[in-house]
Design a protein around this ligand. Structure first.
Ligand code: EPU
Length: 302
């Protein structure tokens, strides 16, 4: 979707929006697939309501692009412009046990910044790729913790009210890799409350998590993390592994030999290759184990 109207482009500038025309999603996502569209980089989130009003008035459909680390996007020109928050001003602000962090901030960097201020608890999230906003929306978790355990409040643009609001944690439904945020909601920042811990202790815990992750996940290849959610009481990776599907290839997409729930883009995969592999593996698991695996990766394929 291209924006060419000079009046609209001028309005973007007034709203603190940087217009990046014809960006390939393959360059913005960790899986490295996806076609082109215009990306609107937002430098002043407070103007979000006006920006959304402008896009609606111009009939420009939109989606929000976060860190791109959990996203599978189809090929060809996309039907939406993509909003993306700039991370230029994304340094966390500390006060006591609390930290205010921009949604655009890198999650891993946030964990290490907190460690330097003797705030821990979130060590397990260290290797989770992507932004704080993406982690909030998906309720990212690893090694026994979820980001929701530490959220005090979230500031967001709410599609329902078309305003910027701050929701206390109690007003948000946080579940396993799922939250009550609506599709059009856009995270802006969050207030986290973290337990105090000595820096050396946090550093040691971070090291353990990094080592576990390096040993069990294909960190050097293009992926979107785990492709499927774990069904209650079962492990998607273990089931796919037991079916002998590690190394199974469809076009350029391969089931990782290191972790069977990671599908990697090894040979210039297309979105179709990855979607085909997802369908194939889901069907094999359904036949063998009776589970209908649900995707964890967000798919923009229509
Ligand atoms: N397993 C296998 N073969 C495999 C992969 C796993 O037998 O190829 C076995 C493991 O040996 C273990 C069990 O399956 O007994 C679970 O594996 P693992 O500890 O790797 O955890 P997981 O359930 O596969 C979850 C999250 C990961 C997170 C890890 C670590 C989901 C879908 N995945 O993986 O999150 O990093 O725990 O806490 O919940 C992600 O969300 O994208 C993600 C990677």
């Amino acid at each position: 979707m291209r924006v060419e109207n000079p009046r609209v482009l001028a309005a973007f500038t007034d709203l603190g929006v940087e217009h990046c025309p014809g960006e390939r999603l393959a360059d913005w996502t960790s899986l490295g697939v996806g076609g082109p569209t215009d990306i609107l980089v937002i430098h002043e989130p407070r103007h979000m309501p006006e920006l959304v009003r402008l896009l609606d008035a111009e009939g420009l459909p939109r989606r929000f692009l976060g860190g791109g680390s959990n996203l599978l996007v189809r090929e060809g020109e996309l039907r939406w412009v993509l909003l993306h928050l700039s991370d230029k001003e994304a340094r966390p602000k500390f006060h006591g046990n609390c930290v205010r962090v921009a949604a655009a901030a890198d999650l891993g960097r946030t964990v290490t910044e907190c460690a330097k201020h003797n705030l821990g608890g979130v060590e397990g999230l260290i290797g989770v790729p992507g932004s704080v906003g993406g982690a909030l929306r998906m309720n990212a978790g690893a090694y026994g913790i979820e980001i929701s355990h530490f959220v005090k409040s979230v500031e967001l643009y709410r599609a329902a009210t078309r305003t910027i609001e701050t929701l206390p944690s109690a007003a948000i439904g946080f579940h396993y890799r799922h939250t009550s945020f609506a599709a059009g909601d856009i995270m802006i920042s969050a207030e986290l409350e973290l337990p105090e811990k000595p820096y050396e202790e946090i550093r040691a815990a971070i090291k353990v998590c990094n080592e576990k992750r390096r040993a069990s996940q294909p960190l050097n290849e293009k992926s979107a993390g785990c492709i499927f959610k774990n069904p209650p009481g079962a492990s998607a990776g273990k089931m796919i592994d037991e079916l002998g599907l590690k190394g199974h290839r469809l076009g350029g997409a391969v089931v990782s030999e290191r972790h069977a729930n990671f599908f990697v883009n090894r040979f210039q995969a297309t979105a179709e290759d990855l979607l085909g592999l997802i369908g194939f593996v889901r069907e094999r698991v359904r036949q063998a184990f009776g589970y209908n695996l649900e995707e964890e990766v967000i798919v923009w394929a229509d």
